[in-house]
Design a binder for this molecule. Structure first.
Ligand code: F6P
Length: 346
């Protein structure tokens, strides 16, 4: 068997299931292929600074159920500067890597695609709680986030009822309303607002009035952080800062919406912003299994020397798609699922 050294990095926002992917790569890579596995620390930051740690079987023991990533992560973007890209490629060679598995969302995988263009042997593994990556039917982490958001909304029902209030729940979802829509359907939301479909204050008030007419003052509205308010030109952001990939820090749309509902209807309204709680802690069993399948497929692709691919879930099967294509665009909520959600509005 030819000796190979394989690097793994986790980039972008963390996500439940990252450790399950790392564990699967290490177990299969060492046991079946006798590879040496090197963990790159803090995402692309570690490739620039040359910071790594060897990963043996014992290093991945007991991490399957843990949240976060044992390798650390960052939003460092070497794609912004030619010098950083060169440093990454030089370090890839210096580290003696034969392949690099990048686990990340559109940003991390975009950099991986650029490296692949330059001849680096890269495999991508799609990760994000937002579930907005094209090329795969689902990302790991999404199921956990939906589970957490559903539980939170379930709990809000009773307090909304007791006080006869409107509760606005803001969930994550920068470009796409997958979490909002799935958690909203699962928890019986009365209205779900997402970035993909426009809505007006009139639509919102109509739903609340319709409920009031049948004696239901308490209502639950789920809104994705990336949804744009009626008549607003842009997203609601926490401040003016942007990360290395040019993303603004979203957050606060729920508060503005709640204020407008109170002003325009006189209904008492409260807001809950779930934020990073959706990203923390132990992954669901579904995400553990999906992440494990993705990790196994990634190391198999390395073994087959089928580089420039992203592992993906298509229907019930795990396969591989072209990394360049997959990293190009976001996968938005399909109208069919939103139509199902709409049946229960009001
Ligand atoms: O992981 C994706 C995501 O959860 C987005 O929905 C959100 O806007 C972003 O990450 C926030 O992440 P951070 O606060 O780590 O920059």
């Amino acid at each position: 068997m030819i000796h190979k050294r394989v690097g793994i990095l986790t980039g972008g926002g963390d996500c439940p299931g990252l450790n399950a992917v790392i564990r699967a790569i290490v177990r299969k890579g060492i046991d079946s292929y006798k590879y040496e596995i090197l963990g790159v620390l803090q995402g692309w930051r570690g490739m620039i600074d040359g910071k790594t740690r060897p990963l043996g079987i014992n290093d991945v023991s007991g991490i399957l159920h843990t949240g976060g990533t044992i390798l650390g992560t960052s939003r460092t973007n070497p794609g912004k500067s030619e010098a950083d890209m060169e440093t990454v490629i030089t370090n890839y060679r210096r580290m003696g890597l034969n392949a690099l598995i990048a686990i990340g969302g559109d940003d991390t995988l975009g950099v991986a695609a650029k490296m692949s263009e330059q001849g680096v042997h890269v495999i991508g593994v799609p990760k994000t709680i937002d579930n907005d990556l094209s090329g795969t039917d689902q990302t790991f982490g999404f199921d956990t986030a939906v589970h957490i958001a559903t539980e939170a909304i379930d709990r809000l029902h009773s307090t909304a009822e007791s006080h006869q209030r409107v509760m606005v729940v803001e969930v994550m979802g920068r470009h796409a309303g997958w979490i909002a829509c799935h958690a909203g359907i699962a928890a019986g939301a009365d209205l779900i607002l997402v970035p993909e479909f426009d809505f007006s204050m009139k639509d919102i008030i109509e739903v609340l009035e319709k409920r009031k007419k049948r004696g239901r003052v308490a209502s639950i509205i789920v809104i994705a952080e990336g949804a744009t308010l009626p008549e607003a030109a842009d997203h609601v952001t926490q401040d003016n800062s942007v990360d290395a990939f040019g993303h603004k820090r979203l957050g606060g749309v729920g508060h503005i919406l709640a204020q407008r509902i109170e002003e325009e209807t006189g209904m008492e309204t409260r807001v809950s912003v779930l934020g990073h709680i959706q990203r923390g802690g132990t992954p669901t069993s579904f995400d553990r299994v999906l992440a494990t399948r993705f990790g196994i497929k990634a190391i198999e692709l390395v073994h087959e020397e089928d580089f420039g691919k992203m592992v993906s879930l298509i229907g019930a099967n795990v396969g591989a798609v072209d990394l360049q294509e997959a990293a190009k665009k976001n996968r938005l909520l399909n109208p069919e699922i939103y139509d199902i959600a709409k049946v229960f509005f009001g």
